[in-house]
Ligand binder design. Structure first.
Ligand code: ADP
Ligand code: MG
Length: 242
């Protein structure tokens, strides 16, 4: 579903990604972790072409996004992305937040968009809040709306960039529960997170990044079961967060 091949990227003279290669199969859940500044956000943003790369190739669901001829808005509509900050439109109701991109980007009619959006809102357990504005919801609820909004676009993959790290601790669980459900329903997911409980529970693979490189890319069982076989940087990182 996602193929990242020998990707390198620079910000000016600074090389932020060095020869990153990995792939994610349909239905696979991959957790990306690593120290701050290691390039996790940059890597995940390259997957829906929010960040261009200078070298290498990225293919999502058969579409080569690094090909200049690719229709990026169309591709992006099929790649759901949830960020650390919820980025809902504050002046629009929850329902309007859920339907806007479906109407503008996918060209759906208002009724169809509403039906789809409310179905996804139900999936994240927030049907009762459909007429509220983001400011009337808690951080955890806003993040769940952001997930429902992404799902309303019928994405083939979902990307998460530290979706719980800006939340108060008591709200982390409700967002992770939605992500666990999504993973168990078979969604292809690439998640930057340090929630190792989530990684242990539902991920298939764990990628560890350091200094713009993929240092470790292995099955979850291998990653957590045999920390002694991991690279020294990974061991050091794991010893701090586990
Ligand atoms: P992470 O998500 O792992 O914390 P990032 O991908 O956000 O790492 O950043 C990786 C490195 O790239 C950091 O050193 C960061 O300062 C740098 N960086 C990120 N965005 C930019 C940018 N727009 N311009 C220049 N440097 C950037
Ligand atoms: Mg980041």
């Amino acid at each position: 579903m996602i193929d990242i091949r020998n990707v390198s990227k620079w910000y000016g003279a600074f090389q932020v990604l060095t020869d990153c290669t990995t792939s994610i199969a349909k239905g696979e859940v991959v957790v990306v972790c690593g120290p701050s500044g290691s390039g996790k956000s940059t890597l995940i943003k390259t997957v829906n072409a929010l960040e261009p790369v200078q070298q290498g190739e990225i293919i999502v669901d058969g579409v080569t996004i690094t090909d200049p001829k690719t229709n990026l808005p169309k591709l992006r509509s099929r790649v759901g992305m949830v960020f650390q900050h919820f980025e809902l439109f504050p002046h629009l109701s929850v329902t309007e937040n859920l339907t806007l991109a479906q109407i503008k980007v996918l060209g759906r009619g208002a009724d169809e968009a509403k039906e789809r959006g409310l179905k996804m809102l139900d999936r994240v357990g927030l049907s009762a809040h459909k007429d509220k504005f983001p400011g009337q919801l808690s951080g955890g609820q806003q993040q769940r709306v952001a997930i429902a909004r992404a799902l309303s676009m019928d994405p083939v993959v979902m990307l998460f960039d530290e979706p719980t790290s800006a939340l108060d601790p008591e709200m982390v669980g409700e967002v992770l529960d939605v992500m666990v459900q999504l993973a168990q329903d078979g969604m292809t997911m690439m998640c930057v997170t340090h929630e190792m409980g989530f990684a242990r529970k539902v991920s298939h693979r764990v990628i560890f990044m350091d200094g713009g490189r993929i240092v470790e890319d292995c099955a979850k069982e291998e990653f957590f079961g045999h920390p002694d076989r991991r690279a020294p940087r990974t061991q050091e990182f794991l010893s701090k967060i586990l």
